[in-house]
Design a protein around this ligand. Structure first.
Ligand code: NAG
Ligand code: NAG
Ligand code: NAG
Ligand code: NAG
Ligand code: NAG
Ligand code: NAG
Ligand code: NAG
Length: 348
């Protein structure tokens, strides 16, 4: 009993620890790259447990003395660089946010270092002490991507993997031309392109169940996200967007043969991917040809019947011939007196 109670309490305790949500850390302003002397406020969002309203803050793994839900840095210095994490009374440790502090004429500010496909990315080219910057060019891996005479943000509403790279910007402040240092930005796969699978096979028998599955997996960093799926045959929708990755054809017919494809999308639908084509060939059940057991029975039976009828034929022939011959012999013997020939023919 004691042991049971102990185990129950342990299980409840572990269950609670696993069930706790992760704290969310946000930056205000949103930039992960800032100028020296900028002011930055970090906010920790997460639930509190009853009787525990503390928020803990960690900078490069060391706990800071701050206990409030926000953590403010007035006039950053290079010592404020690094990873920040937080935790509220009812949450687990947040993912880290890396803050980088620059001392330069021109700074490329980014809203994230690492993002997932479909996320938005904003880049800003900013002058020291907010001096006006003209003729701004944003570069990705050394290639000019956007040019603007007046200051503008470089906004990517739905990032994809091709947006990963090293970014910098150039511009003119007063009479001088400047180039910012480069930032590395990584866009990670939110989910791999789906693969369409067919069960029991891609060549099901007519009349059998066909089960199509749109197979992919969301990045675990997005536990709250959900995917939706749709299915197509020969480029026509056979099942519209739905939360189920399965499409079932309870009774497959020859009309269900064709080239199938599926799509997986985030919900709400901001980003989607397509599977390669999969050919489904529904095998006609041939009504002309009998099944194997029929062949197995048919030939022996026909063989036996043939043998039996041959036997019957021979026997009947023998039995029938005797009286006929005798009658004919009688005719012959009456007509031509050759009674002995009939006797010989009976040997045949
Ligand atoms: C940071 O905040 C202080 C106090 O509010 C303000 O004087 C200063 O101008 C701010 N610095 C920047 C770069 O905005
Ligand atoms: C309050 O919550 C924090 C963060 O989860 C935890 O580290 C701390 O031990 C808790 N304090 C009490 C008194 O339970
Ligand atoms: C930075 O910008 C310059 C153009 O001013 C370009 O030639 C260079 O390749 C860029 N650097 C990187 C790392 O993208
Ligand atoms: C990535 O997004 C850009 C538009 O921002 C688009 O032109 C490009 O085709 C996309 N690349 C892929 C692989 O989806
Ligand atoms: C960016 O990444 C490249 C290699 O991908 C590396 O050589 C470079 O040092 C990185 N730059 C920064 C600023 O981290
Ligand atoms: C369909 O196939 C998938 C994977 O092949 C399987 O997980 C699922 O249980 C199947 N559903 C039915 C109704 O057979
Ligand atoms: C579906 O459409 C694509 C492009 O629109 C085409 O290349 C492909 O052949 C089509 N497939 C079928 C089975 O019609």
């Amino acid at each position: 009993m004691w042991m049971m109670t102990f185990l129950l309490v342990l299980a409840l305790g572990l269950g609670r620890a696993v069930d706790l949500p992760k704290a969310m850390l946000t930056l205000n302003p949103r930039w992960v790259s800032v100028f020296r002397e900028d002011n930055v406020t970090l906010s920790c969002n997460g639930p509190y447990s009853p009787g525990n309203t503390t928020t803990r803050w960690f900078h490069n793994g060391m706990e800071t003395g701050t206990r409030t839900p926000t953590y403010s840095i007035w006039a950053t210095t290079s010592e404020d660089r690094g990873d920040y994490r937080c935790q509220t009374g009812g949450s687990t440790l947040s993912d880290p946010i890396r803050l980088d502090v620059y001392s330069d004429w021109l700074l490329l500010q980014a809203s994230d270092w690492v993002l997932l496909e479909g996320d938005q990315l904003t880049l800003r080219c900013r002058g020291w002490r907010d001096q006006l910057v003209y003729k701004v060019t944003f570069y990705q891996d050394g290639t000019a991507r956007i040019y603007s005479l007046i200051p503008t943000d470089f906004f990517i509403p739905r990032a994809n993997r091709s947006h990963s790279g090293s970014y910098n910007c150039s511009g003119i402040i007063k009479e001088g031309s400047y180039v910012s240092s480069a930032l590395n930005i990584t866009v990670l796969e939110l989910f791999p392109p789906p693969i369409l699978r067919a069960a029991p096979s891609t060549e099901p028998r007519e009349g059998s169940l066909l089960n199509l599955t749109c197979d992919t997996r969301l990045d675990p960093r997005r536990p709250d996200s959900r995917l939706r799926f749709s299915f197509y045959r020969d480029n026509r929708t056979v099942r519209g967007w739905d939360g189920s990755p399965e499409y079932r054809i309870p009774v497959a017919g020859s009309g269900d043969s064709g080239s199938y494809r599926c799509e997986a999308a985030t919900d709400p639908q901001t980003f989607w991917k397509q599977s390669p084509e999969l050919w489904i060939w529904v095998q006609r059940t041939p009504s002309c040809c009998p099944p194997v057991w029929f062949h197995a029975l048919f030939y022996p039976v026909v063989g036996i019947l043939f043998a039996w009828s041959t036997f019957l034929y021979i026997t009947l022939r023998r039995k029938l011939r005797c009286p006929v011959r005798k009658k004919m012999d009688r005719k012959f013997s009456w007509g031509s007196y050759m009674g002995e020939q009939g006797e010989e023919e009976e040997e045949w």
